[in-house]
Design a protein around this ligand. Structure first.
Ligand code: MSP
Length: 505
């Protein structure tokens, strides 16, 4: 049976999720839900990255023990993810014992492979990136991402022989062009590999907040080396590798932001090669969500609270906006004006209005019950089946925006069909009763299929629409193949209810 193991980046918890970090979780959730809808056994992992110096500092500012602070933040994160309808199957924290076991095992394996050595590190370190920086990376002496001056570090460190894996990585990218998507990200990494790789420091001397380096417990494992291992420790990496590891490793897809592709497609595969483990099959580096054209960042204070945005029209309109309006893989922008405009067009006027009209007409002309029609509108039925194909191709190629747009084109087609067939005129002529049945059933069926397609993007709203159209099976039991095939039901009970999305003025 096919299975799909999908992960997102794990978040630093020095502040609450913002719209940019939420974007990543929402898009990964769409992929997870699409896989489940396709009948694939899916495991969707998320989590928190806790051993960062910024987390430690934030806890201290608040007068809390770091772990106590992280416990509180876990609740904050889970609360936001729940409000956004994120359907993760597992949530890992890097302070959990299961993760420590995995990190310890992995570092020991890498040491046994001869890939760790002691050296001296002197150079810049940006705490917000949790990354070592070279002079040439800085702009006016500052980290170009966080616009703060990095710290100068001089310490004895343990190094990982990353340089040794350069050729193996080049060959990986050669053999598996699909390993890193989209292509712009792949090209960046190929250029980086062409320039050669330097070994990296993987420990921080004398640091108490972190996982002790098994080969030198006075040092902590460098937070990135620690964090990357979460994907494997969450499924049981460790001394005995429990049964889940055999079942779920390697991961099928890591969904991450474009700023951290180097860690995921250079450092992480090299670590796995060194430890003799299989490599993840694919990494997708999505773009950035900007706020009114400005970079969104915790450290710059230009962020938006996703729970607040979801509070305005609900989580599903926000999910739809982020998925449909931003070509997946590229950068995109959020402004309240544009958000409201799209809400009115796509939801209030288009999908919401369609659902209300169809239910109201079935109620008015047929008392809410439709029998089997004598015929189906062929053009609409073929539009639906063509849409399903376009949708599948788009989803399978991670063009999530195109998949959402395809579902909305089917909604447009249903609206046009109603405008052309004029059920209100048919209803005035008793001789047209059979035709009216066919038109109403065709409209209901099209709305039903569009709602199945929208389940991954707008899970709650699509479930509500399905229920109104008389689908009484639980959404989780629906399957893309069977349930997007045009149906002629012997009976449908359609219910009228209040507007799903009242127009925003
Ligand atoms: N903790 C590391 C990831 C470790 S994964 C082994 C980290 N954390 S983060 O909290 O800074 O970012 C979490 C994810 O959110 C990253 O994939 C990052 O690229 C993404 N984003 C952060 N800001 C973003 C936007 N403004 N827009 C889209 N994604 C953004 O990095």
């Amino acid at each position: 049976m096919s299975r799909f193991y999908l992960t997102t980046a794990i978040d630093y918890v020095n502040s609450r999720p913002h719209l940019g970090t939420a974007y990543e979780k929402i898009t990964a959730d769409v992929i997870a839900r699409y896989k489940r809808l396709s009948g694939v056994t899916t495991r969707f992992l998320m989590g928190n990255d806790e051993h960062s110096q910024n987390v430690f500092r934030r806890a201290r500012e608040l007068g809390l023990e770091p772990l106590e602070y992280c416990n509180r933040m876990e609740q904050e994160f889970r609360g936001v993810w729940q409000a956004l309808g994120i359907s993760f199957d597992d949530f890992i924290r890097t302070t959990e014992p299961r993760h420590r076991v995995g990190v310890t095992w992995m570092v020991e394996r890498i040491a046994t492979a001869g890939d760790l050595y002691e050296g001296f590190y002197e150079g810049w370190y940006c705490v917000s990136c949790e990354a070592f920086k070279q002079e040439k990376d800085l702009v006016d002496g500052n980290c170009p991402i966080h616009r703060v001056r990095p710290e100068w570090i001089r310490e004895r460190n343990h190094f990982f022989r990353l340089s040794k894996y350069r050729d193996a990585l080049v060959s990986l990218f050669d053999r598996h062009p699909e390993f890193l998507l989209p292509d712009v990200r792949r090209n960046e990494i190929l250029r980086l590999l062409e320039g050669g790789l330097e070994d990296i420091s993987i420990s921080r001397a004398g640091q108490a907040w972190g996982i002790p380096l098994p080969t030198d417990p006075s040092s902590a494992v460098y937070v990135w080396f620690d964090a990357l291992i979460n994907y494997a420790s969450a499924v049981g990496l460790g001394d005995a590798h429990d049964a889940r590891f055999a079942e779920w490793w390697p991961a099928d897809l890591h969904v991450i932001g474009k700023d951290i592709t180097r860690f995921h497609t250079v450092v992480w595969p090299a670590m796995l090669m060194s430890a003799g483990l299989e490599l993840p099959r694919q990494v997708f580096g999505h773009g950035w969500v900007h706020l009114g054209g400005q970079k969104m960042s915790k450290s710059l204070g230009t962020t938006l609270d996703p729970a607040e945005v979801a509070g305005k029209f609900g989580a599903d309109p926000l999910r739809l906006y982020l998925v449909k309006e931003i070509p997946y893989g590229q950068d995109g922008d959020f402004t309240w004006e544009r958000y409201e405009e799209r809400y009115n067009v796509d939801l209030a006027n288009n999908l919401g209005n369609l659902v209300s009209r169809v239910a109201a007409m079935v109620d008015k002309y047929r008392g809410g019950r439709l029998g089997a029609p004598e015929s189906s509108p062929d053009a609409l039925a073929s539009k639906a089946s063509e849409t399903v194909q376009v949708y599948r191709r788009a989803m399978d190629g991670f063009a999530l925006h195109e998949a959402a747009a395809a579902a909305f084109r089917l909604v447009d087609a249903a609206n046009e069909f109603i405008a052309q067939t004029e059920p209100w005129a048919l209803a005035r002529d008793p001789a047209q009763a059979g035709r009216l049945d066919a038109v109403l059933s065709g409209a209901v069926e099209t709305v039903r299929i569009a709602a199945v397609l929208l389940l991954p993007v707008m899970p709650a709203a699509a479930a509500e629409i399905l229920a109104r159209m008389g689908e009484n099976r639980p959404p989780a039991s629906l399957r893309l193949d069977e349930d997007t095939t045009w149906r002629v039901e012997p009976e449908r009970v359609v219910s009228k209810a209040s507007a799903l999305w009242p127009r925003a003025e």
